[in-house]
Design a binder for this molecule. Structure first.
Ligand code: SAM
Length: 346
């Protein structure tokens, strides 16, 4: 009956359902968004405490179940069900988000919630245990990744409770955890562009166990992306770009990957870090065509390289550090130093 391909693991323990909804500290005026209501075990509890509940559900059978469950009761008029994929749905504004999250969408969901211009006051979300640990991982932890940095930069993340797999029907393969995400609001919200910050992190974490020097200067696609962004910045600021070729440069664009450091799985990319490898693969395929014909190095390419070297070695002195060990402050220093050089990531 349940489709585990779309993460259908119904919460069968009423105590856990109560606890999740309690932890949201709902006010009678709250508009709540629930992702994947399933048969409505959380939904009915939310409806009893909130002003309105909007559910987004992918499976029409489940949407019908939750609708039927409150039909003919006073809760009915407070419920709205949107049929669709929450990641692709344009969301209305809401105060609180509650979800026993289908694990396939954990990462895009967190990014979606964090990037909202008016994010919800609180989100209470059930995730696979390892994903929850990623959200709270600190520099140096094995699970520390781009998601950890982003989540903790934009929000306060609290691990609230562990939930064993036998609380679900059918039981999933791994244990789960409930976390609270409270976005930093007002003066606490970093005054930085989401795209700039995330763009910088994507490069740093392409190989989180390699040095930043290797990630930035040892990847053709990254150099091409930085050069492209630098050209855009020059065009917008009336700065001339020197496209002449560098004298006695080698025939091919040389990338120096020698200092790469240890790359645990040897494939050059950290496959565990959400969508970053896919992002760069796509970027690389876009760049190949452009760089093929350009076999000699241009002065601007050399300038960009020198700017990156200067930022990493002279200004921030972070060249030999690995992203997996860098904290928020290191990334902020990097971003400001790059911006000073006219290098942006959005
Ligand atoms: N809330 C219910 C509970 O706790 O018992 C069900 C939770 S179940 C883990 C996840 C639910 O999310 C399923 O009903 C599934 O159909 C739905 N779902 C899966 N992917 C979705 C998506 N992309 N957008 C919205 N709902 C989705």
């Amino acid at each position: 009956k349940f489709n585990t391909n779309v993460g259908q693991h119904i919460l069968k323990n009423p105590g856990v359902a109560d606890a999740i909804v309690e932890k949201a500290f709902l006010k009678p005026t709250d508009l709540v968004l629930e992702i994947g209501p399933g048969t409505g075990n959380l939904s009915v509890r939310i409806l009893e405490r909130a002003k309105k509940l909007i559910c987004v559900e992918l499976d029409p059978r489940m949407a019908a179940e939750v609708t039927k469950r409150v039909q003919g009761t006073p809760l009915q008029r407070k419920l709205e069900v949107i049929l669709g994929d929450v990641i692709k749905t344009e969301l209305p504004q809401f105060d609180v988000c509650i979800s026993n999250t289908p694990y396939q969408i954990s990462s895009p969901l967190v990014f979606k919630l964090l990037a909202m211009p008016n994010p919800p006051r609180t989100s209470i979300l059930m995730f696979q245990r390892e994903f929850a640990l990623r959200l709270t991982a600190r520099p140096g932890d094995a699970l520390y990744c781009r998601l950890s940095v982003n989540a903790q930069f934009w929000a306060k993340i609290t691990h609230i409770m562990k939930v064993g797999k036998n609380n679900f029907r059918p039981p999933p393969q791994v244990e789960s955890s409930v976390v609270r995400i409270e976005p930093k609001l007002g003066k606490d919200r970093p005054n930085i562009s989401w795209d700039e910050w995330d763009g910088l992190l994507r490069v740093c974490f392409v190989r989180k166990n390699k040095t930043l020097r290797a990630s930035w200067l040892g990847t053709k696609e990254v150099l091409a992306m930085v050069e492209r962004n630098y050209r855009t910045w020059c065009a917008m600021n009336g700065v001339a770009v020197d496209d002449s070729l560098v004298e006695d440069s080698p025939d091919d664009i040389e990338v120096d990957d020698a200092d790469a450091g240890d790359d645990e799985d040897g494939n050059g990319m950290d496959v565990d870090d959400d969508d970053t490898p896919a992002f760069f693969k796509e970027m690389a395929s876009n760049e190949v065509a452009k760089t093929k014909s350009k076999r000699k190095k241009t002065k601007v390419a050399e300038l960009v390289r020198e700017k990156i070297r200067k930022v990493l070695e002279d200004v921030t002195e972070l060249a030999d550090k690995r992203a997996g060990k860098c904290d928020e402050n290191d990334f902020l220093r990097l971003l400001f130093a790059f911006n000073e050089e006219g290098i942006h990531f959005s």
